[in-house]
Design a protein around this ligand. Structure first.
Ligand code: DGJ
Length: 716
C-alpha cells in the first residue's frame, strides 16, 4: 500500500533549490542522517553523519569539512578529486550551484551540482537513499565543459568524514583458496589504503568490503559503524586518512593507479557507486541492512529462488565423455538436484581443452568428448529430469587456441615484451567493441542454438598483466576503466536479451565478488577451497556483506570431515554438490537425498530471512548462526564445532531475532540415518523470551568437526 502511494504520488518529485548561504541538505534514511551545508563561500561541507536526530537538532549543526575535497586549493590532505585543467592549472574549486531530489518507489536520489567559479567544469554529487534498508549509494558525475581535454588524476565516488576519538578498520583479504580473512585494527594517523591493481579479478587478494567502527571496535550487536563496498568490478581504492586533528576521511572509488583519465570537452565521467550503511547496533545490523538492499536492489533476482545443482569440476575435472556425463545426470536426479552443471573442459577441437594449457577461446564442443553436441546433453539431462547448465570463461584465451591465431589484436599484450601468462592464459581486450561483440556472441549463439541451457557459470581465471590495448592507441591509461565498462556493456546486452537466466559469478574461486557485477548475476563462487572447516570462515566472512542466496557452497570430496558436517556447512549458504555420489554408502546417499529435500524446504528462511551471527569462529572453537523468517515464525540455527578440544566449554547460546512473545518448538534436523539428537532441549517448546535471555545448550559434547542444524517453529 505504502509502495503504491509513493509510486502513484511521488513518481517524479523534483525540488530545485538555488544557491543560498547556510542552506542545509538533509539526507535521511530510517535510522541514519547525512547532513550537508552550503557555506557563505558556497562550498558544500559535511556537517553531520550518524544516527538520525530530532528535526530541530540539525539546525545546530553547521560548517564541517568539505564534502568532496579537491586538490590544488588550500586542502593538503588526500583529495577526492584532482584535475589538471585544459590550460595546465592543477587546481579545482567547487561551489554550490543547485540541488534537487527525485523520489520514486522506496528510494530517493539527491543530486548536488557544483561548479568551479573560474572554469566551466562541473561535478555533481549523487546520493540515492534506500530509506527502509538504511543504505546509501553515493557516486559522482564529473563534466568537462572546457574547450579542450581535462586530465583527471583522482576521481573518487565518495568522501565521508568522521570525528571521533578512535577508529577501527575491519578488512577482508586473502589469496586463492584463502579468501575473506577478517582482520580488525585501529587506524593510526596517516593513510591506510586498501586497493586492487588486478584489473579483472579485482578482489582476489583484497575484497572491496570493509567496516569502520567509531570510537571502539563494534561487536555483532553493539557499536557504531559503517559497512562499505564499491560497486565496481575493477581496480578500487579506499583511503582511510586520520589527520592531525584526529578526523577520519574515507575516500572510496576507482583506483587511479595507471589510470589518468583524459576527459574530452562535453564528456561526463561517471564514477561507480559507493554503497554504505550506518549501524548503531553493531555489525549484525549492518549486514542485515546490506542483505535487505542486495535482495531488493543489488543482486539479479535477489528475492527469487535458486536451483540446487550438481557440478562436475571436483568430481571429474576435464576428464569426461558423454557417457560419463549422462551417468552424472542420473546421479543428480537421484540426489534431488534441479540442475547438472558441466564445468571446464567441454570445448576446443584443433586444440582440445584437456588441460588448462589449450583451447580457451574456442567455444565449440569438443567432437571427441561430446560427439553429439550440447543439444544432446540438454535432452539427456532433461530426459532424466534435471536441467542442464554450462561453464564459460569468455574473457580469456590460451595462446594454444584458434582464437589466438585468428585475432592476436584482440588480446591485451605489451609491444616488445614477452607475453606474461597466468594459468597459461591471456586476457582478451574487452575495451575493444569487436571483442565485446565476440564475448556477447559466445553466449548468445550458444543460447540461440541450445535455448534450454538453464544456467551459466561465468569464470575468470586470471588477473590482468600485459596491460596494453591495441585498440586504445594513445589512451592506454583508460585501459583498466574501459575494460570494466566493456564487461558491463556485454552484461547489459546479455541481460536485455536473457533477463532471467541464472548466472554464477566465478573467478578462480572468489576473485570477483562485488555489487557492481552482482546486479547481473544470481550468485557467486566464494572459493575453490571447499574444505568445510575453511569454508566456515570464508562463508562467515562473505556473510557480513552478501545474503546467503548469493554465497554458493558445494559439498565436495575436499576435507576429511563427515558428509553430515560438509552438508551442514553448505546449508548455511546456497547449497550444491560437486562430488561423485555413486561412491556414497547407501546411508550417505539416503542422508543426502533427505538433505536436499530438507534444504529445499528450509531454504526460503536461509535465503530471505534475517541473519544473526551468534558465536564467531574467530573468537571460539565453534561457529553459531541463525536465520529468522520475516514473520518470526521460523528459524534455522547452525552449530559447528571447529578443531575443538576437551578443554573447550560450550555454554548456552542466547538466540536473537525471535519474537519474545511467541513460543517455539526446537527440533534438530538433518540428522544422519540411524542417529538421534542427543541434545537435551530437542523437541521441546520455549518462549521467545526464554530463548533470547537464557538460550539453548546446542552442543552435548565438544567433539571436534561435528555440527547440528536446528529448526525452530512457532507453536500454534
Ligand atoms: C576455477 C573455478 O573456481 C572452478 O570452480 C572451476 O570452474 C575451474 N576454474 C575450471 O577451470
Amino acid at each position: 500500500m505504502k509502495k503504491c502511494f509513493w509510486t502513484l504520488f511521488c513518481s517524479i518529485l523534483t525540488v530545485l533549490v538555488h544557491a543560498q548561504s547556510d542552506r542545509q541538505i538533509l539526507l535521511e534514511t530510517k535510522n541514519s542522517a547525512l547532513l550537508l551545508s552550503v557555506g557563505a563561500n558556497q562550498r558544500v561541507t559535511q556537517s553531520y553523519f550518524g544516527k538520525k536526530l530530532a528535526p530541530a537538532d540539525y539546525a545546530l549543526l553547521k560548517g564541517g569539512r568539505e564534502v568532496y575535497l579537491t586538490a590544488g586549493m588550500e586542502n593538503q590532505n588526500e583529495p577526492a578529486i584532482r584535475i589538471v585543467h585544459a590550460d595546465g592549472n592543477p587546481s579545482l574549486e567547487l561551489q554550490y550551484v543547485s540541488h534537487k531530489t527525485t523520489s520514486g518507489g522506496d528510494s530517493s536520489t539527491t543530486s548536488i551540482l557544483l561548479r568551479d567559479p573560474q572554469y566551466p567544469f562541473e561535478v555533481t554529487l549523487y546520493y540515492t537513499l534506500y530509506y527502509n534498508e538504511d543504505v546509501i549509494k553515493a557516486w559522482t558525475e564529473i563534466r568537462n565543459n572546457e574547450k579542450k581535454p581535462v586530465q583527471l588524476t583522482a576521481y573518487a565516488s565518495s568522501l565521508l568524514h568522521f570525528n571521533a576519538d578512535a577508529y577501527w578498520l575491519t578488512q577482508f583479504h586473502g589469496d586463492w583458496a584463502r579468501e575473506m580473512n577478517m582482520v580488525e585494527e585501529q587506524l593510526t594517523n596517516g593513510i591506510k589504503t586498501l586497493e586492487s591493481k588486478l584489473g579483472t579479478r579485482s578482489n582476489f587478494y583484497q575484497t572491496q568490503t570493509f567496516f569502520v567502527s567509531i570510537n571502539k571496535p563494534s561487536t555483532e550487536t553493539e557499536g557504531e559503524l559503517i559497512a562499505g563496498s564499491l560497486n565496481w568490478t575493477g581496480n578500487f581504492k579506499y583511503n582511510f586518512e586520520v589527520d592531525q586533528r584526529n578526523g577520519l576521511r574515507v575516500i572510496s572509488g576507482i583506483n587511479p593507479y595507471a589510470s589518468n583519465y583524459n576527459l574530452q570537452p562535453s564528456e561526463t565521467f561517471t564514477t561507480p557507486a559507493f554503497l554504505f550503511t550506518w549501524s548503531g547496533h553493531g555489525k549484525g545490523e549492518a549486514s542485515r541492512n546490506l542483505h535487505h538492499w542486495a535482495r531488493n536492489y543489488g543482486v539479479m533476482d535477489g528475492n527469487g529462488s535458486r536451483m540446487v545443482l550438481l557440478n562436475n569440476w571436483e568430481a571429474t575435472g576435464m576428464n569426461f565423455n558423454e557417457a560419463r556425463l549422462v551417468e552424472l545426470f542420473g546421479e543428480a536426479k537421484k540426489l534431488g538436484a534441479d540442475l547438472f552443471l558441466l564445468d571446464d573442459g567441454w570445448f576446443g577441437n584443433k586444440y582440445p581443452r584437456d588441460n588448462d594449457k589449450a583451447g580457451l577461446g574456442d567455444w565449440q564442443e569438443d567432437k571427441k568428448k561430446l560427439p553429439s553436441g550440447l543439444g544432446y546433453l540438454v535432452n539427456e539431462a532433461e530426459k532424466q529430469g534435471v536441467k542442464f547448465g554450462i561453464w564459460l570463461e569468455p574473457e580469456m584465451v590460451n595462446p594454444k587456441s584458434e582464437l589466438y591465431e585468428k585475432h592476436p589484436d584482440w588480446i591485451l599484450k605489451l609491444p616488445n615484451r614477452p607475453e606474461n601468462y597466468g594459468r597459461n592464459q591471456l586476457v582478451l581486450d574487452l575495451t575493444n567493441p569487436k571483442v565485446q561483440d565476440f564475448v556477447y556472441s559466445i553466449v548468445d549463439e550458444m543460447l540461440t542454438k541450445t535455448p534450454r541451457i538453464a544456467f551459466i557459470k561465468w569464470d575468470c581465471n586470471r588477473s590482468m598483466t600485459n596491460t596494453y590495448s591495441a585498440y586504445l592507441g594513445s589512451n592506454q591509461s583508460h585501459l583498466y576503466i574501459e575494460y570494466t565498462r566493456g564487461f558491463y556493456k556485454v552484461m547489459d546486452r546479455l541481460r536485455a536479451k536473457y533477463p532471467s537466466l541464472p548466472i554464477m559469478l566465478c573467478s578462480g574461486g572468489g576473485g570477483r565478488t562485488d555489487y557492481g557485477a552482482l546486479k547481473y548475476f544470481t550468485e557467486f563462487w566464494p572459493s575453490d577451497n571447499t574444505d568445510p572447516l575453511d569454508r566456515i570462515y570464508i562463508q562467515w566472512g562473505y556473510s557480513y556483506f552478501f545474503p546467503a542466496n548469493t554465497i554458493t557452497a558445494h559439498i565436495t570430496g575436499m576435507g576429511k570431515q563427515s558428509l553430515k558436517y560438509k552438508t551442514d556447512v553448505a546449508m548455511m549458504g546456497k547449497m550444491g554438490y560437486d562430488i561423485r555420489t555413486n561412491n556414497f554408502t547407501p546411508q550417505e546417499l539416503q542422508f543426502s537425498e533427505e538433505a536436499v529435500k530438507t534444504y529445499k524446504r528450509i531454504s526460503p528462511v536461509i535465503w530471505r530471512g534475517d541473519l544473526y551471527r551468534l558465536v564467531s569462529p574467530y573468537e571460539k572453537n565453534r561457529a553459531v548462526l541463525m536465520y529468522v523468517s520475516k514473520d518470526q515464525n521460523q528459524a534455522i540455527l547452525f552449530n559447528y564445532h571447529l578443531n575443538s578440544t576437551r578443554s573447550d566449554v560450550f555454554g548456552k547460546v542466547s538466540l536473537q531475532g525471535l519474537d519474545p512473545k511467541k513460543r517455539y518448538r526446537i527440533k534438530e534436523i538433518n540428522l544422519f540415518p540411524g542417529t538421534k539428537s542427543v541434545i537435551a532441549d530437542n523437541d521441546k517448546v520455549f518462549t521467545g523470551e526464554y530463548l533470547l535471555q537464557v538460550g539453548l545448550a546446542l552442543s552435548a559434547r565438544t567433539t571436534p568437526l561435528t555440527s547440528n542444524v536446528y529448526e525452530l517453529t512457532v507453536e500454534p
